[in-house]
Design a protein around this ligand. Sequence first.
Ligand SMILES: [Zn+2]
Length: 70
Amino acid sequence: MTEETTSGGETGWICNLCKVPLEVQTIRLQYSRTIFALHLPACPRCGMILIAEELATGKMAEAEQILEDK
Ligand SMILES: [Zn+2]
């Protein structure tokens, strides 16, 4: 019986180095004095974090708006 891995947090991304599926992990980013917790695909073996540029810049733009509103 072969069981397909369906552990939670599968992203469909594969680490280029380890050839293992990336898992969604909580990553903390600091921007200005604010820390954001993002859920990003990361390699469980080597720790490589995949940051989609659009995602990062989108979050940063959001953050700037929040900061400016204050
Ligand atoms: Zn890796």
